[in-house]
Design a protein around this ligand. Structure first.
Ligand code: GLC
Length: 738
């Protein structure tokens, strides 16, 4: 970095006098110590860590969950350091701790903030019982590329849904009071735009125009800030040439400036020093300056701050006031957590939730996270009384660890109830359950087990085929360029389908998969994500009709990976495709004229439609929508708009429908998506029951960042749809007046 930095030109504000009072006693080195988080790892206390805590050079630790060792490090901090400043103790508690909830991507399919919040409560309580007081969740990166392994941790492709569910996850982890036993600080990550990594390859470059960043990728983070999230984490990624960890636009202009956020900002793992690897800086000294100038408070794991902040302040390249501000924010968080009163965790006092309570929450979350994609001839739910033999096929039917999904450092696979175990238990001696893995793993290409699987299918009245991905195939650094079912699974589907028995597929995966090559061979398909500890009982409930599927896709399922990125809230383009304008490759005449296929935005070999759209999900009953209305078509400057419609259960079973509202702003100072989710509601209806569902939108809810990247509401015409997915057809219109 050539010119002197401007770091520190932020107001030094502390809402708590005790923070200012403590800062006044601290040496510069002790203040810098609060800005260093060190990984401890498992099972023992490295002497250099103990020494760093004792001397006030380390203010927080990561990845220690042995409560006795955590208490010992808190004791060293409290009793052996000069000022007795306690430690922040962080862990990635992403979707559960010992009891594992569905991966966030699956939880998002519930569209239920209560599911997300209650899962967060259980996770926080179990983690707090081990001395953890800070989790690095929720992950709020809008994910529109299923090749990207971290879509598994995301809340899907839509900013509005991710904002609502992300705020619920913050509430779940933090509760109403960070001092309360069982509450832990949350962390909105990875700020920001990480999900647009080129080609879905994790850590790859992102280029996000400011208008898109503001209208899409920042929205869930703003919602988390408004929900009181205690911290933010910068992403690894390079954004338009500036890595997030050095982005003054993200951290100063937006987070501190526009949002007036005063919580802690932590880097991602060693992402400060990685600025030199990116090529933004030449060395750790410059990396420390760049991160401090942008406003990263705590450096995770790397020691650039520890090594160089003193010299940077000495040379006037980092402002000493900023050091006070950053250390003050860290101290403020420790006060908010009550750590100065009592940093210790008494395992007798801070008890994890009762297993039955945790399992009940995990089971309900899993039930609500499953999406029914297909159910030909109502083959589901299975009727046990009509069965004598059931074939359960596929390695994921009995894989206690795989069903937990990615990012479960502390998940206890011994607690997992697998689908095989749950089905066997539920069917008892009424039905013979024959299990054949057919493949060693989801990636295996060894088909030696197919014969036994085919024989089991032939002998059965019905087949449940468990397909998908092991946990390792999604998550951080686990991106895939081909998102078909891996290994020989497609061949297994064909072999089993050829038997002619009813075949139900359960897809367990950490991402949307391209199922086009198998879906026609299957009579029914449940998309389950990775459902966690209680995957088995939840799937048995759904397969046997003790529960009815209600999940809705939180992201689009493409026909082909070449369509990616494909998402419902696309722009119209100047040449939008339509059924008659998109002539598909097999329908093109020989020697076709160049202009004969319809000059519009589609792929000759895939069209322009996904296999299943965002918001899609079937039930064991059916729903219809009628009588959409708007309370007034002309919406004045001080008015809101209320849109309503009837939803009717037109089937024979009770079911819960997630009624969705989409709007389109027809003309804007920047082009606007063809649809945007602006509301959803769960309706549980008995057969034949009709409910009127209403949504009231303020003008603010229709606002966006326009041509000058300023937020505003622009007058003009809107279309609105109410229905069961982003393809809803029942529509009306309204007009915003100036
Ligand atoms: C990782 C992840 C981040 C996580 C952190 C600590 O590399 O990017 O999500 O919280 O390191 O484990």
């Amino acid at each position: 970095m050539s010119s002197p930095s401007v770091a520190g030109r932020v107001p030094v504000t502390f809402s708590q006098p005790e923070v200012a009072e403590l800062l006044s006693k601290m040496t510069f080195a002790e203040k810098v110590g609060q800005l260093w988080q060190v990984n401890v790892g498992e099972g023992y206390i490295p002497e250099d860590v103990a020494h760093g805590i004792r001397t006030g050079h380390i203010g927080s630790i990561l990845n220690l969950v042995d409560v006795a060792l955590v208490n010992e490090l808190q004791r060293i901090a409290r009793e052996e350091s000069r000022l007795g400043i306690p430690l922040l103790v962080a862990r990635d508690v992403i979707h559960g701790f010992r009891t594992v909830m569905p991966i966030p991507f699956a939880q998002a399919a519930s569209w239920n903030p209560d599911v997300v919040e209650s899962g967060g409560r259980i996770a926080a309580a179990e983690a707090a019982a081990c001395g953890v007081n800070w989790t690095f969740a929720p992950m709020l990166d809008v994910a529109r590329d299923p090749r990207w392994g971290r879509i598994a941790e995301s809340l899907g492709e839509d900013p509005w849904l991710a904002a609502h569910l992300g705020a619920a996850m913050v509430r779940g982890f933090q509760g109403d009071d960070l001092r309360a036993p069982g509450s832990i600080a949350a962390c909105a990550k990875h700020f920001a735009g990480y999900g647009t990594a080129e080609s879905g390859r994790d850590y790859a470059t992102t280029n996000v125009p400011e208008n898109e960043m503001r209208n899409v990728y920042l929205r869930p983070f703003q919602a988390a800030a408004e929900a009181g999230v205690a911290s933010f984490m910068t992403s690894f990624s390079d954004i338009d040439g500036v890595p997030a960890t050095a982005s003054e636009f993200l951290l100063r202009t937006v987070l501190r400036g526009e949002w007036s956020y005063d919580g802690v900002v932590i880097s991602d793992w060693d992402s400060v020093r990685q600025l030199a690897i990116h090529g933004l800086t030449a060395n750790d000294y410059e990396s420390a300056e760049a991160a401090a100038t942008a406003g990263v408070d705590i450096e995770m794991q790397g020691d650039a701050y520890h090594q160089h902040l003193a010299a940077l302040v000495e040379k006037g390249r980092v402002d000493a006031d900023w050091i006070d501000a950053a250390a003050g924010r860290v101290l403020a968080l420790k006060f908010r957590l009550g750590l100065f009163d009592d940093p210790y965790t008494d395992p007798e006092e801070v008890l994890p939730p009762a297993p039955d309570t945790a399992f009940a929450v995990a089971r309900q979350a899993a039930v609500e996270s499953v999406v029914l994609l297909k159910n030909d001839q109502d083959v589901l739910p299975l009727q046990p009384k009509a069965l004598t033999s059931l074939a359960v096929i596929g390695p994921l039917a009995n894989a206690p660890r795989e069903q937990l999904g990615t990012w479960i450092f502390d998940g206890d696979a011994a607690l997992s109830v697998t689908p095989l175990a749950a089905l066997t238990e539920a069917l008892g001696d009424q039905v013979t359950v024959n299990f054949e893995p057919a493949l060693a793993t989801s990636r295996s290409r060894d088909t030696a087990g197919f014969d036994a699987a085919v024989a089991a299918a032939a002998a059965a009245d019905a087949v449940i085929l468990f397909l998908g991905e092991e946990a390792i195939l999604s998550g951080e650094a686990h991106s895939r360029a081909d998102i078909d079912l891996p290994g020989a699974q497609p061949q297994l589907v064909e072999a089993i389908a050829s038997i002619g028995k009813p075949v139900v597929a359960v897809i367990m995966a950490g991402r949307p998969l391209t199922l086009t090559n198998v879906v026609d061979h299957l009579d029914a398909v449940l998309f389950a994500g990775h459902l966690g500890t209680m995957a088995g009982p939840a799937l048995a409930d759904l397969l046997l009709g003790n529960a009815t599927p209600r999940g809705k896709l939180p992201a689009t399922l493409p026909r082909m990976v070449g369509q990616v990125p494909i998402y419902y809230a696309q722009k119209n383009t100047g040449k939008p495709p339509s059924p008659h304008s998109a002539v598909l490759i097999d329908d093109i005449d020989a020697n076709a004229e160049q202009l004969s296929t319809g000059m519009t935005a589609y792929h000759l070999d895939a069209g322009y439609r996904p296999l299943y759209p965002f918001g899609y999900g079937l039930s064991y009953t059916t729903f219809a929508y009628e009588n959409i209305a708007v309370d007034q078509h002309d919406i004045g400057p001080d008015d809101s708009v209320t849109l309503s419609a009837d939803v009717i259960n037109t089937g024979h079973r009770e079911g819960t429908e997630t009624v969705q509202l989409y709007v389109r702003d027809l003309v804007g100072s920047v082009t606007r998506p063809v649809r945007e989710l602006r509301g959803y509601r769960h309706c549980t209806l008995a057969p034949g029951e009709r409910q009127r569902v209403s949504f009231t939108l303020t003008r603010e809810a229709l606002g966006f960042y326009g041509r000058g990247n300023q937020f505003g509401v622009e007058a003009g015409d809107f279309h609105a749809w109410i229905g069961g997915d982003s393809d809803a057809s029942l529509h009306t219109w309204f007009r915003l007046l100036d």
